[in-house]
Design a protein around this ligand. Structure first.
Ligand SMILES: OCc1cccc(Br)n1
Length: 444
């Protein structure tokens, strides 16, 4: 902060209009975005510290990327909603840039950038804000924070099993059980098998999956029309929709035969879920496709069993994302876990934690010329690791007590002139009312 004649900011602040009336700014944040005042920030920090603790327990390393990315990172030609809603613009250098709508492409970009300097497998996590420009018709958010965990370089289903285990660990830590939520699990290799059977070109795979992911959001006739436009034959469309309604792995095996890789992957995952101890959380659901074009294998999403909320989290395997960026492919899988739906679920379940401000001490001087003494006392306590809310102006004790109770201060430390002369300060334990004097050197 520079303090100059022009004021704190250092810039010449414009003179107020002659009328004296200053147009009041809009104090709300932009449409679809949120502020985090202290009580909301405590809840967010609590949630994110659980994300971080689970990531630590699973041996993942934290990474981060710019919120602003080159637009080209997200311009996949698969008709994804995430691309339709891209928050993109041309910057002052005439570069096409975008606020990231997801984190996986940035992660893939960094892995490619690091190349041979990192050894596989990589287990990386991040918590970052993601953006979409959605018409506010539905009044939905335009930003949210996502926890992402990714395993890069493990082709086997153990990677997916480990990722789902980490989400189960998170749920358990915040009081959510398998009676509250479950995971719908499928594999895109099921659809891939159908497309191959009907010799639909591979390059249509991502687009077909994105269309089919809308099965519960738009009328099935619309789905059929979009698939037809995409170049999928009538009979293939029929078979695709049939396969989505398969109700069990056994039925799927009957239909596609056990040779399908999809069957093997899914059977393996359910077997591992037994060993990991979370099989009660999983169910096969052929209709789970997920809306991102780059998934190639197992896909999963966490859902609330009461069916009131949107997906809590989602992820899957994406073995060909790297080659879409011109690099050699590396097998990979990961998930995204948003910060909003989970809070709605916790509210529903009455599981929101009580998180009040806590401060160890409130320190005040009884008169103006003892302010410096009070600052010395605060410094001594802070050097001992104690938090101190130092009263910065001369205030009546009534005001100090009121603030102490609002901030849940554990104790009040009072600097009064007669005590100070004797090298003492007054202490009041606010929960018991116990009051005593203590030598400054013995204050702890
Ligand atoms: O989950 C899709 C998504 C992406 C960016 C921002 C928001 Br809100 N939602």
């Amino acid at each position: 902060q520079s303090s100059t004649a022009a004021g704190r900011s250092g810039a010449l602040s414009p003179a107020p209009p002659l009328s004296g009336a200053v147009q009041k700014i809009d104090v709300n944040p932009p449409k679809g975005t949120r502020d985090f005042p202290p009580e909301d920030m405590r809840l967010r920090n609590w949630l994110f510290s659980n994300f971080r603790e689970v990531s630590r327990l699973y041996g993942f390393e934290e990474v981060d990327f710019p919120v602003l990315e080159n637009e080209a990172l997200f311009t996949r030609k698969a008709g994804e909603e995430i691309k339709d809603q891209l928050y993109c613009f041309e910057d002052q250098g005439r570069r096409r840039v975008a606020l990231r709508p997801e984190l996986t492409p940035s992660l893939a970009r960094l892995v490619i950038q690091k190349g041979k300097s990192v050894s596989l497998p990589l287990k990386w996590f991040t918590v970052g804000q993601c953006w979409r420009y959605e018409r506010m018709t539905r009044g939905r958010r335009r930003e949210h924070y996502q926890w992402n965990m990714d395993i890069i370089g493990v082709p086997g289903v153990m990677a997916e099993a480990e990722l789902i285990a980490s989400i189960v660990t998170l749920f358990k830590r915040i009081g959510i059980t398998e009676s509250d939520v479950g995971f719908k699990v499928s594999s895109r290799k099921v659809l891939q098998g159908v497309l191959k059977c009907y010799s639909i070109p591979e390059n249509l795979f991502g687009k077909v999956c994105v269309i089919i992911d809308k099965i519960e959001k738009i009328p099935v006739e619309e789905i059929k029309k979009e698939l037809k436009v995409a170049g999928v034959s009538e009979e293939a469309v029929h078979e695709l929709l049939e396969v989505l309604s398969v109700k069990s792995l056994a039925e799927l095996e009957e239909r596609v035969g056990s040779c399908g890789e999809a069957i093997a992957d899914l059977k393996q995952l359910f077997l591992l879920a037994e060993k990991f101890g979370y099989s009660k959380w999983l169910q096969f659901d052929a209709s789970v496709v997920r809306g991102l074009a780059y998934y190639t294998g197992i896909v999963f999403e966490g859902f609330d069993r009461e069916g009131k909320l949107r997906a809590i989290c989602g992820g899957g395997r994406y073995d060909h994302l790297f080659s879409t960026f011109g690099a050699d492919d590396i097998p990979a899988c990961g998930f995204g876990f948003g910060d909003a739906v989970i809070v709605e679920l916790l509210k529903e379940k009455g599981l929101l934690p009580e998180l009040s401000l806590e401060v160890h001490n409130i320190v005040c001087a009884l008169d103006e010329d003892l302010q410096a003494a009070a600052a010395m006392v605060a410094n001594i306590l802070r050097e001992k690791g104690q938090s101190v809310d130092l009263v910065l102006e001369s205030k009546p004790l009534k005001w100090v007590f009121k603030r102490a109770s609002r901030t849940n201060a554990e104790r009040l430390v009072i600097v009064g002139s007669s005590e100070w002369q004797r090298g003492m300060v007054g202490v009041k334990i606010l929960s018991t009312g116990e009051q005593y004097e203590v030598k400054l050197d013995d204050l702890k």
